[in-house]
Each structure stands twice: as structure tokens, then as C-alpha cells.
Design a protein around this ligand. Structure first.
Ligand code: ARG
Length: 457
């Protein structure tokens, strides 16, 4: 028998019951549901809306349900419509009439909103910790590779010299922004909807400050209709997770390229790679590929909820029950990706010599050669043209800028002298890029220190 059965002449069709029920997925809100109910019952008692004895009985009953669920003494039953109905049903079975007073001055609409917010507040914290864990892995890689010169790319063509440390620290910047985005989301989320009732609050003399204080929210929602129909916070979190996954998928793509024979910049640990069922030589980067793939799935979750919310009239509509699976799926997948990606970074080998060798090809010091002439007084456009000619000469004669003789240089410009060789030395090229944010050792050390400070907080 449903709690709302009073108005109905027939039992719910069993297929409708299954279709309608959210218990199979919203049971993960049981802690938050019980916490929210304890706060509500305490407030009802303090405000004289129910007796102090009933309030105490309810709180004790709810605590019992929580511990029984935690230690497996109580199982979720299939016939409850959702976690809210389930908890209230068990409570009433256990403590009788007092249990029936819990839902005074409350609706499942403000109840589910407060449960979801409590849950997501914690999840923001957890995801943020995992992103920080990943930042720790990037930090270690960076510290080991401050002097590892490699080509930086534009259009996936060798462009200018950087170091492996500078390269991976670019990802650190992205993940730092992710941490900050999660904290912004957590801030806006920290507003308590409990007390909004079904949509128009309540006629009982409730005190929302009491529940706000018990539940640890920053403030209370100002409009009861918005309080029960807002899901911006879930969308914001889904966006944050989508951006995290986008960053992970870009990093994954690099890892996949880097461990190919064509690049050969890194080697994944055997424990973090897989073989082929037919090709005995294969060592496949399944982890970054799967992470790259799961990014699409998390985007899908964001799209799901954006589309569910589109065009919904105020206030609560059952469509909104679709919010939870999307958010849970995105959270589960992002969290596993973050943690496995960190371990993969911790165990991979950076092939420093290969990175350096790749730096020697592709004329990534051509800009530096032009800058050499500019520093001798030549306008940049003229210098650019001369070095373009030099590069063409090298390609024709199978040479590189550092294997040209000074005589060859001099046929292109009288300004060249012995100094050109230092100017195009890759380590020098990197370290001369001292501008703030550049790849020089000094600048990279500043990036490392900033990251260490953030992780120490
Ligand atoms: N299971 C519902 C959900 O997740 C709880 C709110 C139900 N409210 C209602 N009036 N049917 O959205």
C-alpha cells in the first residue's frame, strides 16, 4: 500500500510501480536523507510543531535505521517508491505514530533537493581531492624533467623547444582551474532548500535557520518555488566534470601518441597496458583510450540533464528524477578516470633521450636563429627570410642548423659568427625563454613552487 493511497481506488500497476520507482539508484542518498530528516525532526520539536518526545523518538529511530543500513542489518526493499518513502516507511514500522509525524511541514520535493545538495557538496570535495592527487603525479613528473628538452608542437608539427616539465605543467594549470571550478560550484550549491515544501513552503511555524545550522549550509534559499525546481547546481557539477574529462582526454591523446613507435617518448608500465589477442608484439594504451572514450559519456550526462530541464514549467516535475542517474554516472566515471590516470602517470617511464632526439629534428631552433640576427640589429622580417632560406638549404643538403659550418652561415649573412651555435643550442634556447610563463628552468621552478603551495594547502 502506497503512502499516498488515500485518494486512489486501485493499486498501482506493477509495471508502473517499477517505472516510477527511483529506489534502485537514489538509495545511495540514504545517509543524506536520514541526516536531512534528523535535522527536520529536531527543528519540528524545537519549534513546538511536534512534541519533544516524538522528536526524540524520530531522531533515535532514524539513527537506528542509519546504523542498520550501514552494517547490513536492514536491506532496501523493492516496494518503496524512493529512498525518502523507504526511510519513512521503516521508521513508522519501527516507532509507530511518531514516525507518521516526520513528514509534517515537508514535501519530498524539498527533501530530495536537500538530500541531493548534501550529497553533491561531499562529492565536490572528493572529486577535488582526486584532482589534487593527479596534480601530485604531474608535479613528480615535472620535477624529474626540468631539464628534459623536447619539441613543443603547433598543428602537431615540431615548433619550438620546451621541456617535458613545462609540457606537463600545462596540464597542471588546467587541473588547477578544475579545482577552483569545483570550489565555485560547491559555494553556489551551499544554499539550503529545505522548508520550501512542495513548492510554496508551509503554514507551520518552521525555523529554517535551525535546519540550516544543523546541516551546515551557508544560507537558505530565498524563493520556495525556485528552491524545489532548481537543478543548476547539478548541471554546474556536470559541466565541471565534463571539463575535467576533456582535460583528461587531451592528456590521454598525448599519452597514446607518445607511446607509439612513431613518437616513442614514453613507455607505459606493463601493469597499466594490455596486449592483443592476435598480435604478440602489441602493447596497447587501453587506459588512456578508455579515459578518452569516457569523456564522451560524461558529456552525454551533461546533455541528458540540460535536455531534461529544458522547457520544464515550475515547480517540481517528475522529469527531474532523471537528474540523479546522470550525475551519479558522471561522478563514478570521472572519479575512476582521475584515480587510474594518476597511477598510470606515477608508473610510466619518460624516455628523455628520445625526447631530446626528437628535438634535434624539425628545426625547432629556427626562431632562435632568426632572433640571433635580430639581436645583431637586423629587422625580424628580414631575419625570418634569411633563416627560411637556411632551412631550405639544410633540407636540400640533409643538414641541420647545428651541423652547418660557419662558412655556410656566412654565405647567408655577414652577421653570423661563432655565437650562432650557442644561440641554437636547444638547452640554451629553452633557458633563454625567461619570460614569465616560459619553459626556462627559472620559470618552470616558479610553476613547480606554485603547484607545491597549492597542494600543501
Ligand atoms: N524520487 C523523487 C525524485 O527523485 C523524489 C521527489 C518526488 N516528488 C514527487 N512529488 N513525486 O525526484
Amino acid at each position: 500500500m502506497k503512502m499516498w493511497a488515500g485518494r486512489f481506488k486501485k493499486e498501482l500497476d506493477s509495471s508502473v510501480n517499477d517505472f516510477n520507482s527511483s529506489l534502485s539508484f537514489d538509495k545511495r542518498l540514504y545517509r543524506e536523507d536520514i541526516t536531512g530528516s534528523i535535522a527536520h525532526a529536531t527543528m519540528l520539536g524545537k519549534c513546538g510543531i511536534i512534541s519533544p518526545e516524538d522528536s526524540e523518538k524520530i531522531v533515535a529511530g532514524l539513527k537506528g535505521i542509519l546504523s542498520d543500513l550501514e552494517n547490513g542489518k536492514l536491506a532496501f526493499s523493492d516496494d518503496a517508491e524512493d529512498i525518502h518513502m523507504f526511510v519513512e516507511q521503516v521508521l513508522t514500522e519501527r516507532i509507530g505514530d511518531a514516525g507518521k509525524r516526520l513528514h509534517t511541514a515537508r514535501s519530498r520535493n524539498d527533501q530530495v533537493a536537500v538530500d541531493f545538495k548534501l550529497y553533491l557538496k561531499k562529492e565536490c570535495e572528493e572529486v577535488s581531492l582526486l584532482v589534487k592527487g593527479l596534480l601530485g603525479s604531474i608535479l613528480r613528473l615535472a620535477k624529474d624533467n626540468v631539464g628534459t628538452v623536447m619539441p613543443g608542437y603547433t598543428h602537431l608539427q615540431r615548433a619550438q623547444p620546451v621541456t617535458f616539465a613545462h609540457y606537463v605543467l600545462a596540464y597542471a594549470e588546467m587541473f588547477k582551474r578544475d579545482v577552483s571550478r569545483l570550489s565555485d560550484t560547491a559555494y553556489r550549491l551551499d544554499v539550503m532548500p529545505l522548508g520550501s515544501g512542495a513548492l510554496s513552503s508551509t503554514t507551520y511555524p518552521i525555523d529554517r535557520e535551525i535546519t540550516r545550522d544543523i546541516l551546515g549550509f551557508r544560507e537558505i534559499t530565498l524563493n520556495s518555488i525556485d528552491g524545489v525546481s532548481d537543478r543548476d547546481y547539478a548541471l554546474e557539477l556536470l559541466f565541471d566534470l565534463s571539463v575535467i574529462m576533456m582535460h583528461l582526454s587531451r592528456f590521454s591523446e598525448e599519452i597514446i601518441l607518445w607511446c607509439s613507435s612513431e613518437f616513442g617518448f614514453i613507455e607505459l608500465d606493463d601493469a597499466y597496458s594490455t596486449g592483443s589477442s592476435i598480435m604478440p608484439q602489441k602493447k596497447n594504451p587501453d587506459i588512456p583510450e578508455l579515459v578518452r572514450g569516457k569523456c564522451g559519456r560524461v558529456y552525454g550526462d551533461l546533455h541528458t540533464l540540460l535536455t531534461v530541464m529544458k522547457g520544464l514549467p515550475l515547480a517540481y516535475n517528475k522529469d527531474m528524477q532523471e537528474d540523479k542517474e546522470a550525475v551519479f554516472d558522471a561522478l563514478d566515471n570521472t572519479k575512476i578516470c582521475l584515480s587510474i590516470f594518476s597511477s598510470m602517470l606515477d608508473t610510466l617511464t619518460v624516455k628523455k633521450e628520445e625526447l631530446r632526439r626528437a628535438g634535434n629534428k624539425g628545426f625547432i631552433n629556427a626562431t632562435d636563429a632568426a632572433d640571433y640576427l635580430v639581436k645583431k640589429g637586423m629587422p625580424f622580417r628580414d631575419a625570418y627570410k634569411i633563416i627560411g632560406g637556411l632551412v631550405a638549404y639544410c633540407i636540400e643538403n640533409k643538414k641541420t642548423l647545428d651541423t652547418l659550418s660557419l662558412e655556410e652561415y656566412k654565405t647567408f649573412s655577414g652577421l653570423f659568427d661563432e655565437g650562432i651555435y650557442k644561440s641554437i643550442d636547444l638547452v640554451n634556447c629553452v633557458n633563454e625563454r625567461k619570460a614569465a610563463g616560459g619553459p626556462s628552468e627559472e620559470s618552470v621552478k616558479r610553476q613547480i613552487e606554485a603547484l607545491e603551495r597549492l597542494l600543501a594547502e
